[in-house]
Design a protein around this ligand. Structure first.
Ligand SMILES: *Cc1c(COP(=O)(O)O)cnc(C)c1O
Length: 431
């Protein structure tokens, strides 16, 4: 079996005295304080990831706008804001979160296929850097709202380059049949559309073809296409000055090889760099994924005769990626296995009444007992942000560690509190 800790970056997670630690803090100590399950992030690793990407992209003049839907905790956003990052948002709620974490409005890019009028209005009032427009109808709505506010909004057009990101179907966004962006073939409508609108000014183009992209070829194809389109639009008299290259950079969950900062920089250097456009990227996952883990308790080890189930206190509502994308997360025991520990195959499952509440099948692990703690590696992206309270479960805590310090950065939201959010109408009251 593979090295248990292969997906845990050593600067963040390692065994110390027989116990898995996040930096200088023992995970079982945190578990004793906040209860399981919980998410734990390493501040040092978050910074390391950001700085490595920035070091590769700064020489090319490429700005980083962190796609905060990967992990939108206020503490994580503050950390990136202090590093000088911008942010890519996909809702008015994310705008709120970004601004309250101290992110400057002029570093905000707003993407998304279904921005509502009130979201557009909030973004224009805040004075964000860039609205990425996904349809002609949205363009007309922005024009109307900007007009009512007495503004001219600079906009960037998200185009659909029809490139296959070669990733999971549920996270592919750059094919013609995906709902995202405007088909390049339709851009000849722009002359009539944009030139008749007085309150929008087209200043750039954007694209984002999907997530968890592991090869540079689709990126290179996309970036080259974007350059062609930008040049073509310029030739038609539009003052195109920006190209937003999107995110989607893949990371290893299992045996894959990371799309490294150098790979990303090379793809940009060989295509759009140095062509006179201001460049931006929107990475989410690559900045946060391996800086976070989900720590779960083992509630039961269920012997089903022909197989063993490890039944955890974490479930698909806490970490939905395995159920939703068939995603793999390495699972690591918090207590370091002593040499010679018996290896056993487990189906690792949560307690929820759905068969898809399964984290791993026939996974070989050092023998597990009830009461043990397990850590899911590479859970810093699309973990906490996609969690829910399905089955009337608590929203679980998130913890940030830096050196020997740690803090709860989102407290547990217990079900008793959530019940208080409901209202029973008078005519149904029984108590
Ligand atoms: C989700 C998203 C991203 C980030 O994707 P990652 O795979 O996390 O890098 C970037 N841009 C847009 C428009 C997105 O929707």
């Amino acid at each position: 079996m593979h090295d248990l800790t292969r997906r845990l970056p050593p600067s963040a997670f390692h065994y110390l005295g027989g116990e898995l630690h996040c930096e200088g803090v023992s995970l079982s100590e945190i578990a004793a304080k906040v209860g399981t399950p919980f998410y734990c992030y390493s501040a040092t690793r978050l910074r390391e990831r950001y700085r490595a990407l920035a070091a590769a992209l700064d020489p090319l003049g490429v700005k980083i706008h962190y796609a905060m839907k990967a992990n939108g905790n206020q503490a994580v956003l503050s950390l990136f804001a202090l590093e000088g990052a911008g942010v890519d948002i996909v809702s008015g709620g994310e705008l709120n979160r970004a601004l309250s974490a101290g992110m400057l409005a002029e570093r905000v890019i707003f993407s998304g296929v279904g921005k509502t009028a009130s979201e557009i209005e909030a973004a224009l009032k805040a004075g964000i850097h860039q609205l990425n427009v996904e349809s002609f109808e949205e363009l007309r709505l922005i024009d109307a709202i900007a007009g009512s506010l007495g503004l001219v909004s600079e906009v960037v057009l998200r185009v659909n380059p029809d490139v296959d990101a070669e990733t999971h179907a549920k996270i592919t966004t750059g094919k013609k049949d995906n709902k995202f962006g405007i088909d390049i073939a339709l851009l000849d409508r722009l002359d009539n559309e944009v030139k008749s609108l007085e309150h929008v000014k087209l200043v750039g183009i954007a694209s984002h073809i999907g997530s968890q992209i592991m090869r540079t070829a689709p990126l290179i194809a996309t970036y080259a296409r974007l350059l062609e389109v930008a040049d073509m639009l310029k030739g038609r008299g539009f003052a195109i000055s920006r190209i937003d290259l999107g995110g989607g950079f893949g990371i290893p969950y299992e045996n894959q090889i990371e799309l490294s900062p150098t790979d990303i920089a090379d793809a940009i250097a060989t295509t759009v760099a140095g062509k006179g456009y201001a460049l931006a990227v929107e990475p989410g996952r690559t900045l946060v994924a391996d800086a976070g883990i989900l720590v779960s308790g083992v509630t039961y080890v269920k012997d089903a005769g022909h197989m063993q189930f490890a039944v955890l206190d974490a479930a698909m509502n806490d970490l939905v990626r395995p159920a939703m994308y068939d995603a793999h997360h390495d699972i690591v025991p918090v207590r370091e296995p002593v040499p010679g520990t018996q290896m056993t195959d487990y189906d690792v499952v949560g307690p929820i009444c759905e068969s898809s509440d399964t984290f791993a099948k026939r996974l070989t692990l050092p023998e597990i007992k009830s009461g043990d703690l397990l850590a899911f590696a590479t859970a810093g992206a699309y973990g906490a942000t996609m969690s829910s309270t399905y089955n009337a479960r608590d929203l679980i805590p998130e913890v940030l560690v830096e050196g020997s310090r740690w803090a709860t950065i989102r407290r547990r939201v217990p079900i008793a509190e959530q019940i208080g959010w409901d209202r029973v109408p008078d005519w149904l009251k029984t108590v």
